[in-house]
Every structure is written in structure tokens, then in C-alpha cells.
Design a protein around this ligand. Structure first.
Ligand SMILES: NC(=O)c1ccc[n+]([C@@H]2O[C@H](COP(=O)([O-])OP(=O)(O)OC[C@H]3O[C@@H](n4cnc5c(N)ncnc54)[C@H](OP(=O)(O)O)[C@@H]3O)[C@@H](O)[C@H]2O)c1
Length: 323
């Protein structure tokens, strides 16, 4: 594993991290989830990305992660970097959603209870909710750090204007933003174009999520929607309507480039993000140890020629469609 420094901090993260959004909930195979976490850790993936609402049921990914931590990795806590987040719909009533102080503080406490952790390495505001003043949300994050419940803070999916405000407030408080988490992939360059610049300019590390566009940037859907895949599962966030012929055709074109470069499409998709040296880590998802191991082979293949990058950009274009 290779490690990169997160912005202007002293923290290093693995180039590839493991996210627990799907496949670690109560509806999933616990034994495979356990094997994935242990395999990841054994291979140097020391950063695990959680959120309060990951499951289903919401919260169960944190509970399951806590169980695995206790049974298999308790002695290794200081070798791990564990994140959680709050801001999406989590519990009934008006306080279970959004980016208010009320939601973030209660949520962080509940996430600590579920995981059995004493503190998170980084705690994120999961989103800008369009209602809560950024000052209120950032003050909650600052207080979470001052209370010893997290070592660092991060933001996720904030639009550029609010993103800059976060950096300013956090820096002034002496709790700089360690990580900015955005969706980014060969199919979705919006954050690369709009949010990576401000993050890098403000000394924040950048972590990318859904680097495989939830599986579209693999060979998985080339011949239809397989049973058990994210697009086929009722609990999956990828809708079958998003698996369009145009995207599949683009994946096929990209797969040909990957093959020419000696990689699978999934590996090329990860390596393509890592070619951007502003990126600290790429958070992948996986539903099996096999996928995880295959994807980790992307590491060390992030040297693309300008011709390769041009060919990838051309092949990725899906007429009239924004991922
Ligand atoms: N901040 C946020 O708002 C936010 C939002 C979303 C995600 N995230 C974070 O980012 C993490 C990753 O997101 P993601 O799960 O969408 O990432 P992803 O890497 O784009 O998609 C992962 C899915 O792709 C498929 N896949 C992976 N490797 C494969 C391979 N080699 N061959 C075929 N299929 C393969 C699997 O789907 P199947 O299940 O179909 O096998 C897997 O579950 C999350 O777990 C979470 O931690 C954060």
C-alpha cells in the first residue's frame, strides 16, 4: 500500500480506503463483511469510512463494524483511521436529519456507542442541508473535537461557496478541515472541476467516493443487470434505470482502453483518480473479498500519458447524460 498526506496535516491515508455504505448492514453477509475488513486491514487499508445511516438498517454498518473491531482488530485501534458522518436522514422526528448542532452532537454520540469507539479519527458534516447556517454546523464539529469525540473534522458534498466558508471558520477556530469528501469518477467530474481546487488551496485533503460509479465503471453490467448486484437489490442506491445502454457502451469503450493499459476497468477507474495528486485517498466499496483484492491492484498504476487521459475522457462521454 502507498500512503498520501492529507492536505497540510500530518496524517497519512492509504491511497485506497474501504467504505461501508453498502454490504455491511444487517441485510448483508456478516462473514463476508468481516473477511473484507480483515483483508483490507492486512493489505494496508487502514482507513474505514462510516456514517450514522449506513446499513440497512441505518446504524447497522457501524454496529457490525464495532463487532468486528472488537473480535478481530481491538489491538490495532491506533493503526486505524476511522471516520463517521452525520447529516442525512437517520431517526424519526425533526432532529434526525440535517446539519444542525442538535443532529450532529446526538449523532456523534450514538455512532460512538454503536461502534464501541472512544473517538472517531475524523467526524464529517455529511452534507450542506441548505437551511442550517454553516457557522452552526462548523461550531458543532469544532466542539466534537474539543470534547475529544473526534481528532479531526471533515466536510462532504458542500457546494463551493459554503465549502470555502467552512474552511475559513474551521481554520480560525484552530480545527482545520482535514478532509473534503466528494463523489468523483471518470463518469462524474463535477467535484473535480468545482471542489478540488478550493480544497487543495485551503490545505484540506481530498477523498473521493463512488470511484467506480457504484459498479458502472466495472465489467459488471456489460451483459445486463446481474442478480445480487447493487442495481438489482431493493436496498441498493444504484437504480436499474441508471444502468443505461449509453453508460454501458461508455464502460465498454473504457474497458478496451483499460485492457490496452494492462488493467481492468475498475482498476483503471481507481488509478485515474489517483493520478490527480491532490487526491489523498479513493474510497471504494466492495461486496466481496475478491472485488476488494482485485481493486487494490490498481495501486501503483497511476501514470497515464496525456494521450491515455484524452482517450479516457473521450470514451467516458455519454451524450446528453450527466452521471
Ligand atoms: N460522503 C457521501 O455522501 C458518500 C456517498 C456515497 C458513498 N460514500 C463513501 O464512499 C464509499 C464507496 O462508495 P461506493 O460503494 O458507491 O463505491 P464504488 O467503488 O463506486 O462502488 C462499489 C460497488 O461497485 C461494485 N464493484 C466493486 N468492485 C468491483 C469489481 N472489481 N468488479 C465488479 N463490481 C465491482 C460492487 O457492487 P456490487 O454490490 O453490485 O457487487 C461494489 O459494491 C462508501 O462505502 C462510503 O463510505 C460517501
Amino acid at each position: 500500500m502507498e500512503y498520501r498526506k492529507a492536505g497540510e496535516s500530518g496524517v497519512f491515508l492509504p491511497e485506497v480506503s474501504l467504505g461501508l455504505w453498502h454490504n455491511f448492514g444487517d441485510v448483508d453477509n456478516f462473514d463476508e463483511a468481516r473477511r473484507m475488513i480483515i483483508t483490507a486491514f492486512d493489505k494496508g487499508v487502514c482507513h474505514f469510512d462510516l456514517a450514522n445511516n449506513y446499513g440497512p438498517a441505518p446504524g447497522s454498518a457501524e454496529t457490525n463494524f464495532g463487532k468486528i473491531l472488537k473480535s478481530d482488530l481491538a489491538a490495532h485501534r491506533d493503526e486505524m483511521f476511522i471516520s463517521s458522518k452525520a447529516g442525512h436522514d437517520m431517526w424519526p422526528g425533526v432532529y434526525g436529519d440535517g446539519s444542525s448542532r442538535k443532529n450532529l452532537i446526538a449523532s456523534c454520540n450514538a455512532s460512538l456507542r454503536r461502534t464501541g469507539l472512544e473517538y472517531f479519527d475524523v467526524f464529517y458534516s455529511h452534507r450542506y442541508d441548505g437551511v442550517t447556517p454553516v457557522e452552526e454546523t462548523m461550531q458543532a464539529l469544532i466542539d466534537i473535537v474539543r470534547q475529544g469525540k473526534a481528532l479531526y473534522v471533515g466536510i462532504s458534498k458542500y457546494p463551493p461557496r459554503e465549502q470555502q466558508r467552512c474552511y475559513d471558520i474551521l481554520r480560525q477556530a484552530g480545527v482545520p478541515c482535514l478532509l473534503s469528501q466528494y463523489r468523483a469518477s471518470i463518469f462524474d467530474t463535477h467535484a473535480i472541476d468545482n471542489n478540488f481546487g478550493p480544497a487543495a488551496a485551503n490545505g484540506s485533503g481530498i477523498v473521493c467516493f463512488s470511484p467506480l460509479a457504484q459498479g458502472l465503471l466495472t465489467d459488471k453490467y456489460l451483459h445486463g443487470i446481474p442478480e445480487g448486484s447493487r442495481a438489482a437489490r431493493a436496498t441498493g442506491y444504484l437504480k436499474s434505470s441508471e444502468v443505461t445502454p449509453e453508460r454501458i457502451e461508455a464502460a465498454r469503450r473504457l474497458g478496451e482502453i483499460a485492457a490496452r493499459l494492462g488493467m481492468t476497468l475498475a482498476q483503471m477507474a481507481i488509478a485515474w483518480l489517483l493520478a490527480d495528486k491532490r487526491v489523498t485517498s479513493v474510497i471504494i466499496g466492495a461486496s466481496s473479498v475478491k472485488q476488494l483484492e482485485a481493486n487494490l491492484d490498481a495501486i501503483g498504476h497511476d501514470a497515464f500519458t496525456p494521450e491515455d487521459l484524452h482517450a479516457i475522457a473521450e470514451a467516458a462521454m455519454v451524450p446528453g447524460v450527466k452521471y
